[in-house]
Write a new protein. Structure first.
Length: 145
């Protein structure tokens, strides 16, 4: 077990939804980059497999507490830390959607006279928009033109 407090472990569920689809994506991504076998032993992998097969939505606080360190370990193995690992889980559709939003923001900023706004289209600003639209952030970008 890690040296994190119980609250820090449960913060993992702010990054990854406690449901079958999210856990399946996490497993698939960690299998692709080898983290599944490097970060978890065989008992932990079997436990994760059983949870994925048997549970649609995890509501049990006990199960959330047991799974949190395993999910956190996988996220760290994927991205170097839990937050970057959760970004790796995001599909390219979310990234592309935020790229379109960023382009609209840049067009407006240029109309307002900010001629350096085109540099915002670099990956950092788009990742910022993706992070701001994570499920735990209650104010998603509602940007329409």
């Amino acid at each position: 077990m890690s040296s994190c407090t119980s609250e820090e472990l449960l913060e993992v569920w702010d990054l990854v939804r406690p449901e079958r689809g999210s856990l399946m994506r996490l497993k698939r991504l960690s299998l692709r980059n080898g983290a599944w076998f490097a970060a978890l032993d065989w008992k932990q992998r079997k436990f994760m497999d059983i949870v994925i097969k048997m549970v649609d939505q995890i509501r049990s606080v006990l199960l959330l507490r047991v799974l949190a360190p395993l999910v956190r370990r996988l996220l760290i193995a994927i991205g170097g830390d839990a937050r970057r690992g959760s970004l790796a889980l995001m599909r390219t559709a979310a990234y592309e959607m935020m790229r379109i939003v960023a382009q609209k923001i840049v067009r407006i900023a240029e109309k307002w006279g900010n001629m350096s706004a085109y540099r915002w289209l670099e990956e950092g600003f788009i990742k910022f928009l993706v992070v701001m639209n994570l499920p735990q952030n209650k104010n998603p970008v509602a940007f329409t033109c």
